[in-house]
Design a protein around this ligand. Structure first.
Ligand SMILES: [Zn+2]
Length: 334
């Protein structure tokens, strides 16, 4: 009898311990299947584009942040899928397949950015497709824009939350396209082409801050009801705007993206035909040079105004639609 009750007590205490243990992990991330993708990998010998002025490579930064994030999410009770855990080359389609095959609840693709202008440094978060359709992607993007700005930029930075069609006008980013239907974003937290930022990104404690930003964003996202993701192009279909691709974005012309925007604004104040045409060309060039910059939405909005002045109403409407679907209005909460 004594033995039996002792046994019962033991079972109870073990169960209770387990219960308490799971209680500590009962946050919103507990049990969630999250896929963490460290962008690129294994291209040190073949790729001279994704390397900072001090020799740090994007794929290495991505992997460090991803591994710290993996640890943090596991501590929160999430089930974490990693697309890679070493400096390996993994095909983009395979990364997307991991997400879909495992029915992940959420997918984040971790990247860092480069551009010709070494002064540029701010976060860019991409969702797939149209903002009015990919509501979950936009919501996740906004959460991440908030936390990355808070942890890496002291809450003081411009930030872009944009469609991946801004940079890949024909089909968007493959990992986001291949996982559409699951809440997902691809985030470029900072620019390693900025020498000061590159030095920070080399430091593990700075990578830890970024992983913390992801963790907080995911917690915020799952603590609200998850917005829906409507099939692509059901509500809106935006015609492609051919932006410069990676190599072209490193040219002298592309380096003038911000000056072109400022010059366009000055010219736009004049009402003569030549100024209107020139302003239009400058906004177009700025948007081509840096289609995901924090002034790109304004460039397209101004193009719409100028197209109307030129009597091109249909084209103006297309530009207005582009601004609405591809560029999320976002102000950093301070
Ligand atoms: Zn990248």
């Amino acid at each position: 009898m004594f033995k039996k009750s002792f046994l019962l007590l033991l079972i109870c205490s073990l169960t209770c311990t387990e219960y308490v243990f799971s209680q500590t992990k009962s946050g919103v991330l507990s049990g969630k299947v999250i896929c963490v993708d460290a962008g690129h990998g294994g291209t040190a010998l073949t790729d001279s584009y994704r390397v900072g002025p001090g020799g740090e490579r994007e794929e290495w930064i991505n992997l460090r942040v991803a591994k710290i994030l993996q640890k943090k999410l596991l501590q929160k009770g999430a089930k974490v899928l990693m697309t890679r855990t070493a400096d390996d080359t993994i095909a983009l389609w395979r990364r997307a397949k991991i997400v879909v095959d495992n029915k992940a609840d959420l997918f984040v693709s971790i990247h860092h950015n480069a551009t010709a202008d070494a002064n540029v440094n701010f976060p860019i978060i991409y969702f797939h497709g149209n903002a009015s359709e990919n509501l979950a992607g936009v919501a996740l993007g906004k959460e991440l824009a908030t936390t990355i700005t808070k942890h890496l930029f002291e809450g003081n930075s411009p930030v872009s939350v944009v469609s991946d069609f801004t940079i890949f006008p024909k089909a968007g980013a493959q990992v986001l396209r291949g996982t559409y239907g699951i809440p997902a974003v691809l985030a470029e937290a900072a620019f390693f082409s900025n020498p000061t930022e590159e030095q920070k990104l080399k430091q593990e404690d700075y990578n830890e801050k970024e992983a913390q930003a992801y963790t907080e964003a995911l917690e915020a996202f799952f603590s609200k009801s998850i917005p829906e993701i409507i099939p692509k192009n059901r509500i809106a279909s935006v015609p492609p705007f051919m932006a410069f691709q990676e190599a072209e974005r490193m040219t002298e012309t592309a380096r003038r993206w911000h000056q072109d925007f400022l010059d366009g604004q000055v010219l736009m104040k004049n009402s003569d035909t030549t100024s209107i045409r020139q302003a239009y060309e400058l906004f177009t060039r700025s948007a081509r040079s840096f289609p995901d910059s924090y002034v790109a939405a304004e460039c397209h909005a101004n193009r719409a105004v100028l197209l109307r002045l030129m009597g091109k109403t249909d084209e103006a409407k297309q530009e207005e639609l582009r601004v609405k679907e591809f560029y999320v209005k976002f102000a950093v909460k301070r």
